[in-house]
Design a protein around this ligand. Structure first.
Ligand SMILES: [Zn+2]
Length: 381
């Protein structure tokens, strides 16, 4: 900690919410009154150096984290949450603070690398099926299955981050931060469901990004319908799946679009390839075979292409992930949670030779003659 530097109140609040603690809990933990802690967070009083050390220890942030520029919180009403059940305010705050810190990680990267700019059509109230077709058409995907959702989104300027397993309640969430779209994916879910979540969040960005009308069952339904249509385009499904498809054909067919068997069954019903009765019995049979809780024989998890390249490139320059964490004033563990663990493992066994076009990733070093310079502070263009 640098002496003589003031503590930034918003950073105490952010770190506290990141750890899911209330003011009362943290005050007890660091042995000050709730009034004092409240005063620190409102900027009415500065904690002593010793107190700040206790705050830092209790919240597992380096003391330097608390002395930096103001970190404005992300407003809850601008965020689309995909949650398994009604979320408590505390859990929501944890997710929002993760989002805020990820924005800092993104800022670190985008000042050193030129990342793709957002290429997302924001559409005014189209039907989800049409919206999905429009996005596919704009991105030149036609009817082809998406080989890797995370890579595709990244290539279109969406910043995709991972959520640590501690957020079992939150499947995914997304928001716009200035002109950049962010999506967060839970790494606890099966790879197929995570792809669906990614497409669901894309649906929010496309259909609800401008109106900010992202809450409520209607928006959820629209995002689900978008995801289903985006991952399993009508013509492609009709061409590949027989009318009244059997469960074995569904289990085989899910590999074409890399979706969960249940998601394909739902889509088949949606497209009248399965009757009501056939759909219901397919769901019963799939549940019996364990496809409700997991995805037996499923695909490998998708991870970020951008983070992989960025950390590789930084390593080549002699900058280790732990130094990136130091620059961001967070712990290496914290950083790792946001970037699909790619700071720890360099080899993640991703299948690159999958069907479908590989998204073109423009990842350009901000210094055009050399690898990125860790000390350069040039803005991206
Ligand atoms: Zn949603």
């Amino acid at each position: 900690m640098r002496d003589g530097t003031l503590v930034t109140p918003s950073r105490i609040t952010l770190a506290r919410k990141r750890r899911g603690m209330t003011i009362v809990e943290l005050a007890r933990r660091i042995d000050v009154s709730t009034q004092s802690l409240s005063n620190y967070e409102r900027g009415r009083q500065q904690p002593s150096k010793e107190t700040l050390k206790r705050v830092a220890d209790a919240l597992k942030f380096p003391p330097d984290f608390f002395q930096g520029e103001d970190l404005e919180e992300i407003q809850p009403d601008s965020v689309a949450f995909r949650a398994r059940s009604k979320m408590s305010a505390g859990k929501r705050d944890v997710a929002l603070s993760v989002g805020r810190l990820a924005v800092e990680v993104e800022r670190y990267i985008s000042t050193r690398f030129r990342l793709p700019e957002a290429d997302i059509p924001t559409l005014e109230k189209p039907a989800p099926e049409i919206a999905a077709e429009m996005v596919r058409s704009r991105w030149g995907l036609g009817q082809i299955p998406v080989s890797n959702m995370v890579h595709l989104l990244e290539s279109r300027g969406i910043r995709v981050f991972s959520l640590a397993p501690e957020y079992a309640e939150v499947d995914a969430f997304s928001f716009w931060q200035e002109d950049k779209p962010f999506i967060f994916l839970n790494t606890l879910k099966s790879a197929e469901r995570s792809r669906f979540d990614a497409a669901h969040e894309l649906g929010h960005l496309v259909m609800h990004g401008l109106s900010r009308n992202v809450a409520g069952p209607e928006a959820e339904q629209e995002a689900n319908a978008f995801a289903s249509a985006f991952l399993m385009p009508r013509k492609s499904v009709v061409a590949h799946m027989p009318s009244g498809a059997f469960v074995d054909q569904i289990i085989k067919g899910r590999r074409i679009w890399k979706v969960a068997a249940l998601a394909l069954a739902y889509r088949l019903h949606d497209l009248n390839i399965l009757s009501d009765w056939q759909y219901r019995s397919a769901c019963v049979e799939l549940s019996k075979r364990g496809y409700r809780s997991s995805e037996p024989g499923g695909i490998q998890r998708e991870t970020s292409q951008i983070f992989d390249k960025v950390f590789r490139s930084l390593r080549g320059r002699g900058v280790n992930p732990s130094e990136v964490a130091v620059a961001l004033n967070i712990t290496p563990q914290e950083l790792s949670q946001y970037v699909f663990g790619l700071t720890i493992t360099t080899h993640h066994g991703e299948g690159h030779n999958t069907e479908g076009p590989r998204p073109k990733l423009r990842l350009i070093s901000s210094t055009n003659d050399d690898l990125p310079d860790s000390t350069s502070r040039r803005a991206h263009g």
